[in-house]
Design a protein around this ligand. Structure first.
Ligand SMILES: Nc1ncnc2c1ncn2[C@@H]1O[C@H](COP(=O)(O)OP(=O)(O)OP(=O)(O)O)[C@@H](O)[C@H]1O
Ligand SMILES: O=P(O)(O)O[C@@H]1[C@H](O)[C@H](O)[C@@H](OP(=O)(O)O)[C@H](OP(=O)(O)O)[C@H]1O
Length: 626
């Protein structure tokens, strides 16, 4: 690394406040992680409540936005993963069927009582009254348990079938034979896209995990034949397949108990889904599906993907994860044409793949590659690039027709009650331009040419309170926190940014576009995958014919310069600073260890045999730190 390129943060006057800021940021993360930990490991019945709590907590944590623009990963999960069929078909596991109703979804308990004429069962009564000891309970004959279970299940099945018949106006048999096949086909199609792009994504640096996904991909291809991406365009209710829906419901239960549990497709686990009372149905289902274990794996994988997907920044509801694993962003003509142009530009390698448009529920969306695909518990950071975030046209518009925004006034007051002028306080409103300029100047946008919009940590904790993160020292701390001080991750980011800088020089698109409000999305995970992508071209506009922008010079009204490269240079320098700081700490720790070792050696002279193991220990410690 060239030391001349390293920025000296010591020169930064705000650096002196660093320990305090760092402490508060890290404490926030720790506290939130603890809170989440306890919420995420709850039983199924409290799952939804936990989701709500998480959202509320997240709002409390960020607390700066009057109009929350984002949703948490948990919110995405809760809103997307409760299709009708799951709510209607409570999963019956060997556990909840043998008298642990607390583990069942509330509607499942209700159904159970309905079936029994609203009366609690013997087991429940016993448990409630505490009249039966566990030994007595154990002595209940197996046959009575089985028959009760079987009766309950039979009742459940009859009810489900009835409901389906009602809804579809057709026979249950038709539904199970036709829709099931259709749903399986669709579901396989959706997963195929994910796997295909995941491979392009991470190239040859495939982990062990990737290997198993590829295996599933092959399995998937074999059972589906050749799929097209268009195949899933209007896919709805792929969980209508009764096996998949049960599997999905089971997955929900397990994912609520452990968000990070890695799926193990063992028969023992699978058998939990189909307990012995369902043996006949199980055989029938297995015949139809050939290998439902493959589906189970796929659904688990899909759930894990969905639960870790997040829209970190931007307008809430603008972006969602498509059922085929792609990202759907609300259509914007400017962005759409940029993406089309970028697909044949050298910058293509830095931009999510563009799959055209899709209509869904009467709205048009842009289909994009999901940049989080293939990442395990991704860590994400969104940096908005450029020395300004408003277009020159917005200035012109503000001059001619300036409307007041109360929402922006409120956001402003929340961050700094003294920021609005007296007049603005009186009107309780500010113009959009005024707000955007204030946002740019209170953050690092104006001075450094970029700002951090949000960070999601590996734990799922989301930090969006970067409104006043302006000093280099604050940004370095954020980078260290984000990368968990892992030098390898920071170095990977640095080299990707350097590559981007070179590619920008060759890009015809870049020189002929004013890139405003675009972000760099940093993504990595604990398996060592790391990447940076250019996203958000909603305010990226072409220059007038023949006008080429420099991107690294100051902006004056009329020159249309965006300062994108100024931001890139700052990021590169700050990353270098972060690397030195993280590496310095490793060295310091190693020195301390050596010193400690030497002191130990003096008091207890080392034996020759122990040297190699000591060395190994040292290496292990070093690796841990890196
Ligand atoms: N292709 C993608 N893959 C994965 N996540 C994405 C992708 N595109 C966007 N996101 C997520 O959505 C967030 C917002 O994206 P984007 O900036 O495009 O939205 P926006 O609503 O246009 O933002 P803004 O309000 O700043 O204009 C990102 O921070 C990222 O978390
Ligand atoms: O990040 P903040 O502080 O919440 O402020 C928003 C941010 O500046 C967005 O870039 C902007 O959207 P555009 O870039 O699309 O203009 C949005 O304007 P909007 O509310 O008019 O959408 C602002 O509210």
């Amino acid at each position: 690394m060239s030391t001349s390129a390293v920025m000296h943060v010591e020169d930064d006057p705000e650096r002196s406040t660093k320990p305090k800021q760092k402490e508060s940021l890290e404490t926030k993360v720790r506290e939130e992680a603890e809170n989440r930990g306890s919420l995420m490991f709850t039983s199924d019945s409290s799952h939804l409540k936990s989701m709500e709590n998480n959202l509320t907590k997240e709002r409390c944590l960020t607390g700066q936005r009057s109009k929350p623009k984002l949703v948490s990963a948990q919110a995405v999960l809760s809103s997307r993963l409760l299709p009708e069929s799951i709510q209607e078909e409570p999963v019956v596991t060997s556990e909840n069927a043998t008298g642990t109703p607390g583990n069942m979804a509330p509607n499942a308990v209700m159904d159970y009582h309905e079936f029994n004429g609203g009366k609690p069962t013997d087991e429940e009564r016993e448990e409630k009254d505490g009249t039966t000891t566990s030994t007595e309970k154990d002595s209940l004959t197996d046959s009575s348990k089985v028959s009760r279970k079987a009766m309950w299940r039979a009742g459940q099945r009859a009810r489900w079938k009835g409901k389906r018949r009602e809804r579809l106006g057709g026979s249950v048999e038709d539904l199970t034979q036709e829709s099931e096949a259709e749903a399986v086909q669709k579901d396989l199609g959706n997963h195929e896209i994910r796997w295909r792009h995941q491979q392009q994504h991470w190239g040859c640096k495939e982990s062990k995990d990737q290997g198993s996904i590829e295996k599933e991909d092959r399995l998937c291809n074999r059972s589906r034949g050749q799929g097209t991406m268009e195949g899933d365009s209007e896919t709805k209710g792929s969980v209508s397949h009764n096996i998949l829906s049960r599997v999905l419901a089971h997955s929900l239960a397990s994912s609520s108990s452990s968000s990070s549990s890695s799926f193990n497709c063992s028969s023992a686990e699978s058998d939990e889904v189909f307990s012995e009372g369902e043996e006949i149905i199980k055989k029938k289902d297995m015949r139809r599906c050939r290998s439902w274990r493959t589906f189970l794996t796929m659904m688990q994988w899909s759930l894990r993907r969905q639960s870790s997907w997040i829209q970190l920044a931007g307008h809430q509801g603008n972006i969602q994860l498509g059922e085929g694993g792609e990202v759907l962003k609300r259509f914007n003509e400017v962005e759409d044409s940029c993406l089309q142009a970028l697909m044949s530009d050298p910058l293509r390698r830095f931009v999510p793949r563009y799959y055209g448009q899709i209509r869904r529920n009467g709205e048009t969306y842009i289909r994009l590659e999901d940049l989080l695909s293939g990442l395990k518990q991704p860590v994400i950071m969104d940096c908005k690039m450029g020395i300004r975030t408003y277009l020159e046209e917005e200035i012109v518009k503000a001059r001619s027709k300036a409307s007041l925004r109360t929402d922006m006034y409120q956001k402003m007051v929340k961050v700094d009650p003294t920021a609005p002028t007296e007049e603005e306080h009186e009107r309780k409103g500010v113009t959009k331009l005024r707000y955007m300029q204030w946002r740019d100047s209170t953050s690092s946008t104006t001075t450094l040419g970029f700002r951090i919009e949000g960070i999601m940590m590996e734990t799922g904790v989301v930090l969006r309170d970067f409104n006043k993160t302006k000093a280099k020292s604050q940004i370095i701390d954020a980078l260290l926190l984000f990368s968990n001080r892992k030098v390898l991750i920071l170095k990977a980011y640095l080299s990707r940014l350097e590559e981007l800088k070179e590619t920008l020089k060759e890009s015809a698109f870049f020189s002929s576009h004013e890139v405003i409000g675009g972000s760099l999305l940093f993504v990595h995970d604990h398996t060592g995958k790391a990447n940076i992508w250019m996203i958000d071209f909603g305010k990226t506009t072409p220059t007038l014919e023949g006008v080429h922008l420099k991107h690294d010079v100051p902006w004056v009204e009329g020159n249309h310069e965006d300062g994108y490269v100024i931001g890139l240079n700052s990021l590169i320098s700050l990353l270098r600073e972060a690397i030195s700081e993280a590496a310095g700490q490793i060295l310091e720790k190693q020195n301390q260890q050596t010193h400690h070792q030497e002191t130990n050696d003096k008091t207890n002279p080392p034996q020759t045999e122990s040297t190699s193991s000591d060395l190994l220990k040292k290496t292990a410690n070093t690796n841990e730190l890196v």
